[in-house]
Write a protein that binds this ligand. Structure first.
Ligand code: ADP
Length: 252
């Protein structure tokens, strides 16, 4: 991307409270096309809430969320249903727990979003789902039910389900933290491949080795604000802020 090109996503002054609990106290971030942003920070610091606000699962109290070429939504002003839908359609989220429909097969799970939400014709949605399942090595599981898969396979289907929506931005909320340690690698491999293919991604994770390798920028959250941000080689190796240092020391 040339330095003058607009970022894909620009978030300014994002605020969110639950009751009296101010969870986001003015978050600014931008995501350039093809970049991987990794959000780290203690539990409860607001990382998941940022993703949920971007994906329309939570409504911010204030702040502007603007995608290049639109939509641009100012949450301090009146927000329409069309604004919400437009915003939600830009991104797709992969959850900590895969959230697959237990009564649908793998391929039905992957086709569901495109067919129901985007009105993609079934034949086209099926072709897309088959292609994506092949990419993550799960073609032979197309007619299995989620309960018949390992945790790592379920999460790979969760990723494919997000890709099938053809979003501009992929959001991952601790995609490996519910997995047994021996299953983490296969999911990180898929994420690595997506990064190499140029997908734009925002990932909440505690996998610092992965962040060091794949992130273009790491943002350290604490108490609803971004305390420090930078290239992984700087932030993870030589953090400037004491709070960042303390957090990283606890993880090591
Ligand atoms: P993180 O992802 O950094 O662990 P979260 O964004 O999940 O942090 O949560 C930040 C804070 O917001 C926590 O104190 C959490 O309890 C609170 N919170 C999150 N979602 C809700 C909700 N739906 N209702 C009330 N409080 C919530």
């Amino acid at each position: 991307m040339s330095p003058t090109e607009n970022p894909l996503l620009q978030v300014t002054g994002l605020e969110k409270s639950f009751g009296t609990n101010k969870v986001l106290a003015g978050v600014d971030l931008e995501v350039r096309r093809g970049d991987v942003l990794v959000l780290i920070g203690p539990s409860g610091s607001g990382k998941t809430t940022v993703l949920r606000c971007l994906n329309g699962l939570e409504t911010p109290d204030a702040g502007v969320v603007a995608f290049a070429g639109g939509p641009s939504v100012d949450f301090a002003a009146k927000v329409t249903k069309a604004d919400r839908t437009a915003l939600r359609d830009r991104s797709a989220m992969v959850f900590q727990h895969h959230n697959l429909f237990p009564h649908l097969t793998v391929i039905q799970n992957v086709m569901e979003g495109p067919v129901q939400a985007h009105r993609v014709p079934r034949a086209e949605a099926m072709e897309r789902a088959e292609r994506l399942l092949a990419r993550v090595g799960l073609s032979e599981k197309r007619d299995a039910y989620p309960s018949e898969l390992s945790g790592g396979q379920q999460q790979r289907v969760g990723i494919v389900r997000a890709l099938a929506l053809e979003p501009q931005l992929l959001l991952f909320d601790e995609p490996t933290s519910a997995l047994d340690p021996e299953l983490v690698g296969e999911v990180l491999t898929v994420l690595r491949e997506l990064a190499n293919e140029g997908w734009t991604m925002v990932i909440v994770t505690h996998e610092l080795g992965f962040a060091r390798e794949v992130a273009d920028e790491v943002l350290f959250f604490d108490e609803g604000v971004i305390v420090e941000r930078g290239a992984p080689s700087e932030l993870l190796r030589q953090p400037k802020k004491e709070r960042t240092r303390r957090f990283l020391n606890r993880l090591l």
